[in-house]
Design a protein around this ligand. Sequence first.
Ligand code: GDP
Ligand code: MG
Length: 707
Amino acid sequence: MSIKIVLAGNPNSGKTTLFNKLTGTNQHVGNWPGVTVEKKVGQLKLHKDVEIIDLPGIYSLSPYSLEEVISRNFILYEKIDLIINIVDGTNLERNLYLSTQLIETGIPVVLAINMIDKVTKNEDLINLQSLEKYFNVPVVGISALKAEGIDELIDASMKLIMKKTNIKPILWFSEDVEKVITQISGLLVHLVDENKVRWYSIKLFEQDQVILNESIFAKDVSREVTKIINDSYPGVDTESLIAQGRYHFIEKVNEKVFQENKLKKQKTSYKIDKILTNKWLALPIFGVLMFLIYYLSISSIGGLLTDYVNDVIFGKGGIPDILRGALDSLNASPFLEGLLIDGIVGGVGAVLGFLPQMIVLFILLAILEESGYMARIAFILDRIFRRFGLSGQSFIPMLISTGCAIPGIMASRTIKDEQSRKMTIMTTSFMPCGAKLPIIALIAGALFSNSPIQWLIAPSAYFFGILAILISGIALRKFKAFAGDPAPFIMELPDYSFPRLKSICFQVWNKLKSFIIKAGTVVLAASIGIWFLSAFDLSLRMVEDVDSSILASVGKFIQIIFAPLGWGNWKAAVATFMGLVAKENVVGTFGVLYGFAEVGENGAEIWSFLTNDFTSLSAYSFLLFNLICAPCFAAIGAIRREIGSAKWTWIAVLYQTLLAYTLSLIFYQIGLLFTGAFTAGTIVGIIALGILVYLIFIKKRPKHNEI
Ligand code: GDP
Ligand code: MG
C-alpha cells in the first residue's frame, strides 16, 4: 500500500524547500498534464511507500488561475491521504485563507507553520497550541530552510494518516450562514462521502459553477439548493459572503495567536507609518506628494531653470548665434550651416534644454525612494490595485519606469503569477519615463504658459499613466489570458531613513547618464536625418520652407491618421513616429522642424511657434497619445524578452497604441464638444467612450474550467 501526501501552500511559503528536505534526491520533475506548470513528485526519505507531491503555489482553491485549477482538481479527484499545508509564519493571516479551504475538503490536514526562524528573529510569537484548537488540526512549527521541526512534522503526519477517524469540522462561518450550509448538507447525505459533505455544501452555497455541473447533482438538487439560498439570501453574492466569512474568522484567529513584537511599536518608523500608511490618509498624502514633485520639477523650479538655460544657451547671443557668427566668418556653405545649426543644435539642443527639469525630478524621486516612502506606497497601492486586478507588486516596475521603462519592464520578473506579470509588462511603460519628460515639459511650458491650469499639466501626466494602467487592469482581467486573482503582495518594509547624498547623486546620475548618451547618439543621428529630409525637396534641392520638403510630403501622407485626435499636422505626425526610435526624438524633431535654434535668436520666446499648429486641447491630446502609445524600440525589445513570444509582443504594442489612440480620441472629441463643436468625430468619440466604459463595467470573469 502506498501513501500519498501533497504539499499545498501559497507561492513562496517554502514548499519546494520543504519538498527537497523531505525527499532528498528521490524526486522526479515533470509537468502537469497538458500545461507547462512544474510537477514535482518524490519519495519520503526512509519511507519508500510514501509519495510526496509538490503542488503549484496558490492563494485559494477558487478555479480562476491555472495553478488553482491544477491544485484543486488534484486535491478533489485524486486519492490523497494527507495534505501538508505550508504556511508562511511571517504572513500568517494571509496564508491561513487557503488553510480554511484545505481543511474543508475533508482530507486530513497538518499545518506546517514555516519560517519559524524568521518569526523568532523578529521576536514575534505564534501560539501553535492555540492555533491547533482553532482549526482542530495538528500544527507543527518548522523551518524548512534550516531543517528544523521536519521530524516532528513527519511524525504528526504519519500519526494522522494512521488515525483514520473522521475529523469534526469547525464551523467558522456566522451562525446564519452555517444554518444554510447545514440545510444544504441535508440534501447531500447520500450523494457524497461523509467527510466531503461540508465541502460540497459550501461550494453549492457559493454557486460554484464547476461543482454545480458535476453529474452527481441532478437537476432537482441544484433547484433545491437555489431555493434554500433564495429563501435566506435573495440576490446576495454568496461567493463573497463566504470569502468575507473566512477573512473574518482568520482575522480573529490571527489576533489571538499572533503576538507581534511590542518593541516594534515604539520605533519612529512605526509612528510615522501610522500617518503615512493610514487607511484614509495614505492615498491623499501620496497624491499631494507626487503632485508637488511633478509641479516643482516641471512647472516651477525646474521650469524656471530650463527657461534660464534655454535663454542663456540657446537664446540671443547663445550657442546658435556664436556658431552662426563663426560659420559666417569661415564662409561656410548654407548646407553646413543648416546641418549644424538647424539640425544638430536644433534637435539635440532642444532635448538637452530640458535637462534641468529632469535633474530636479530625479532628485525629488530619489529622495522619496531613499527615505523608504516608496516601499510603503507599493504596500498601500496594493489595497487599491487589488480591486482593479493588479497588485502592489506592479508598482515597483511602475516606479522604476519613471526613470526608464526598460529596467521597469525587467523588474516585472519578480512578479510571481503569470497573468499579473504579463499585464505589468504590457502597461508599465505608460508611466512617464525620463525621455517623455521633455514632451510633458514642452507642452506644459509652450502651450499652457498663459493658462490658469498650467500647474496641472505635469502632475496630470503622472496620474494619467497610473489611470491608464488601472483601466488596463480592469479591462484586461475580463479576458481569459489575464483572468485570475492577483497574487498578494508581500515585502518587508524597511525603516525610514534620511536619504544619503551619495546614493541620491548616484541614482540621479545613473538615470541622467543614459539620457545624455542617447542625446549624443540616437537623438543626434535622428536630428541629422530629420534635418536632411526637411531641408531638401524631392528633386534634392534645398528648400526655403520646410513645408515643401521630402519629409513634409511623407508627413502629410500620415498626418490623416492623427486628424481625429486633433493634431493632424505633419510635424506632429513625424515627431510621433520618431518617438518610436526614442521618445526624446519627439522634442528633437520639433526642435529641427520648428527651428528651435532660430527662434531664440531674435529674442522671441523659444517654442512659441508651436501655438500655430496646436490648441491647448489638441496639445494635450498629443501629449496623452505620446505618453501611452507603444514605447521606444529599446523598450519594445525589453517587452519581447520578458514576455517571451513575438505574438505577445505584438499584442502588447498594438494594445498600447490602440489604447493611446482611443483615450486621445475620447479626450479630444469630448473636449471639442465642450467648446460647442458637434461633428461626426464627436459621435466616434462617444462610441469609443461607450466601449471603454462597457469593458470596465461588464461583470465577466472567465474561469479556467478545462484541463
Ligand atoms: P515555494 O514557492 O513555496 O516553493 O517556496 P520556496 O521553497 O521556493 O521558498 C521561497 C523562499 O523562502 C526561498 O528563498 C527559501 O529559501 C525561503 N525559505 C523557505 N523556507 C524558509 C524558512 O524556513 N526560513 C527562511 N528564513 N526562509 C525560508
Ligand atoms: Mg516552489
